[in-house]
Design a protein around this ligand. Sequence first.
Ligand code: SAH
Length: 199
Amino acid sequence: MVERQLHGREIADERVLSAMAQVPREEFVPDEHRRHAYRDGALRIGEGQTISQPWIVAKMAELLELGGGERVLEVGTGSGYAAAVLSLLAAEVVTVERHAALAESARERLARLGHANVDVRHGDGSQGVPDRAPFDAISVTATASGEPPRALRDQASPGAPMALPLQRGGREMLVRIRGTAVEAVTPVRFVPLVEGTKG
Ligand code: SAH
């Protein structure tokens, strides 16, 4: 997967490639999909949600330019896969999931796999996590319409990068925002960022 899907497709950050090689993706997909765990696409994980394509997880991690000392906020824990990758690249990861059942199973899985520096929260990630702010980098894995949620911008340290999919003019784009700079990276498809919590 690392050679064919990532290295060969412009993922250059060696720390990201190494983290992607270390996290066992099959542990994050439902049993019936285990044999497809390394395929080049997203997979269903229950509750109508998905685990992102490996390339997207790697790309988003790379966009955050992590050096190892950061506190990272992830919105949209899902399976916990991207949080596991980020946990190998930063000092701490705080990840928020609106579905209680997904948050619970991600918490159990990350603990079992030894990712002790990940704090899984059940809540509405569009509100951020004020009691752990500020964050040195933010990754959002559900699509917001137009602008990133205000609370997330407020909880970013000065100059902290935020990678997120935005719906703009009928198109869904992965963008990186840093201060007032906005870079469009690649067209993507994520589930929508929904306000409020479930379960
Ligand atoms: N990063 C995940 C993939 C996430 S899919 C992985 O590696 O597996 C997007 C997730 O965002 C879904 O689980 C969905 O329930 C969640 N989500 C959507 N809106 C949210 C919100 N406002 N707060 C927290 N989580 C949200």
